[in-house]
Design a protein around this ligand. Structure first.
Ligand code: ARG
Length: 266
């Protein structure tokens, strides 16, 4: 299995907090250790650097506590950027900040036009764009993504509110393989996933409940929550190298390693 070097965009959780609840993980009355969140995020960033990946940073903005979840900032394929439009007003101002970062970096940026939460719901798997819907990103956005990227786009219906973004229910391991939690998808989407990925790694509810599927793979190394021990063992059985990270504080907002990581495909 070959790792390929990746370019990631991340956002330091300087202003991270749980101040509102837009998914079932978020409880604004529960304590969050903001300093620990920063240290955990720095450790994740350090793992990518140690693996030889490039990490760029977008400046965090005050008043946008979820901006650390860079995966929601855009979708980038072949150097083309599809901007985002958040479902919830609390996150709306993140969209222009990310679009501006890409425009300044010289990318061609296409406007969202529909609710679309970026790589939270749009995951490139080989030539296919796997596209989640049900909670955030709309099917109209899937059509737009196919127009912009010219990749066959497969709509997948999410049904469990705890797994509200595709990247909480499915992880792309390499060009041919994914891992996912079947119960997070509608029966028809489960059948479609079985046809597309007969050799997929099937995660257990216990793995998904610690956001184990919110993992980042470079084709060989899979960075995932350290608590997802069953999934890590299943991935090692398949020949992947697993690297556990503890993002306990960010999980209180419903995010894990993948949520913090936007892949920039030039
Ligand atoms: N609190 C954020 C929200 O509900 C978490 C986003 C997690 N991001 C992700 N790519 N799953 O929008």
């Amino acid at each position: 299995m070959d790792a390929t070097s990746r370019r990631y965009l991340m956002c330091r959780p300087t202003y991270f907090a749980v101040e509102y609840a837009i998914n079932p993980w978020m409880d604004p009355s529960a304590p969050v250790d903001a300093d620990l969140a920063v240290r955990q995020w720095e450790a994740l960033r350090g793992v990518y650097l140690d693996l030889g990946h490039t990490v760029e940073e977008i400046a965090p903005l005050p008043g946008l506590p979820d901006m650390v979840f860079a995966a929601n900032g855009a979708t980038v394929v072949d150097g083309r950027v599809l901007a985002v439009q958040f479902r919830d007003p609390q996150r709306a101002d993140e969209a222009p900040a990310y679009a501006h970062w890409f425009a300044r970096a010289g990318f061609e940026v296409h406007e969202a036009k529909h609710v679309n939460e970026g790589e939270g719901d749009l995951l490139l798997a080989g030539d296919l764009l796997l596209a989640g819907t049900g909670f955030r990103t709309t099917t109209a956005a899937h059509g737009r993504a196919q127009e912009i990227f010219g990749r066959p786009t497969v709509t997948l219906q999410l049904v469990d509110p705890r797994f509200y973004h595709l990247d909480t229910a499915l992880c792309v391991l390499d060009e041919r393989t994914v891992a996912y939690l079947p119960a997070a998808f509608s029966p028809g989407s489960q059948a479609a996933l079985r046809r597309l990925f007969p050799d997929a790694v099937l995660a257990t509810p216990a793995d998904a409940e610690v956001l184990g599927l919110n993992a980042v793979s470079d084709g060989r190394h899979v960075v995932l929550p350290v608590q997802a021990t069953g999934l890590a063992a299943a991935l090692r059985d398949r020949g992947y190298e697993t690297i556990g990270v503890d993002l306990s504080e960010l999980r209180k907002a419903g995010g894990g390693p993948k949520c913090c990581t936007l892949e920039v495909r030039s």
